[in-house]
Design a protein around this ligand. Sequence first.
Ligand code: KG4
Ligand code: ZN
Length: 362
Amino acid sequence: MSLILGIESSCDETAVAVVRDGFEVLSSEVASQIAKHAVHGGVVPELAAREHLKALTPVTEAALRTAGAAMSDIDAVAVTQGPGLMPALLVGINYAKGLAAAHRLPLIGVNHFIAHIYGAFLDDGASALTDAATYPLLALVVSGGHTSLLLINRDGTARCLGSTIDDAAGEALDKGAKLLGLGYPGGPVMQRTAEGGNPERFDFPRPLTGAAGKALAPENRYNFSFSGIKTALLYHVRRHAGPDGGLPPELLRDTVASYQYAVVDVLVRKTLAAVREYHPGTVVVAGGVACNSELRRIMAERLPGTLRLRIAPPRYCTDNAAMVGGLGWHSFRRGDFAAADLDGFARLPAISRVPFLSPEAD
Ligand code: KG4
Ligand code: ZN
């Protein structure tokens, strides 16, 4: 039995978790900085770093307390290495290094993007992960920073089929909400505003889907583009705004419903195209946007019934440290530890393998 302490500080959530043997989440504490950043309309990296510094010790203490564990029970410290905001990442990494050194524990660097996918297997996913019928596994990662389709084979090799060429899906929702004066973060507020609205009233573009008679270049088959939807929203608002510059309530609701549907429709269409070409055993939808009730509903509705769809509960979709502690355990049991000079990385590196499936460990 091994206990891993996971630490996450890549964006505006300070999170610490204790995870037993890769799957059993004993605690998952998240201190959100949303209120601090909301006044700026988005995340300010230096502010995030300062807030992480303040929150890390109390959040770590809370995670240990909830898990009923002491630092002397912990077997390794796993920390998000990237991608993310560098000032924010460095605070978590240095805190993790300090803890690991003080308690003579191994340190493990975790890729945040892969951790999001792993989040779908926490709590009840151990058997799915080892089941050959799960593969190839198609993962759609949709967050504030990423929109990518990744194909993962049983032997752990992986290939990115496509990514966004401009904004991420979450970013499109955040920017759309900002434009409409709905506040930050945009995803949850858009979902609430859209409730009961008509998603087909306004026809926002579906970029890179071959819709509207536009030819789709083969290299863009699995790429995404969301900046055009945002621009269309800007023109839509200009056309329909009242004298105060805003949209009347009933128009606002249908606008948000249609905008949200355009984003969701693109995500589902691209995933379906990949399903038809690669015949995965399971589709995983991960990242903050996977909380979206319309995305969850429409994805389940349109995917073939024979296919397994795994979407984590919302607490493991948005940023959390359980996914970090869980994924870190796989490196721990392989003895794949980080050096004392572990550094952060801001951008997502090319992914050719995932650490939760490795021939050596199985
Ligand atoms: O995974 P995450 O917490 O952080 C990143 O790694 O980026 O994702 C945050 C993103 C934000 O863009 C937020 O608006 C979006 O996830 N989000 C949602 C919902 N909840 C969070 N988007 C749509 N519907 C939601 N319910
Ligand atoms: Zn994230």
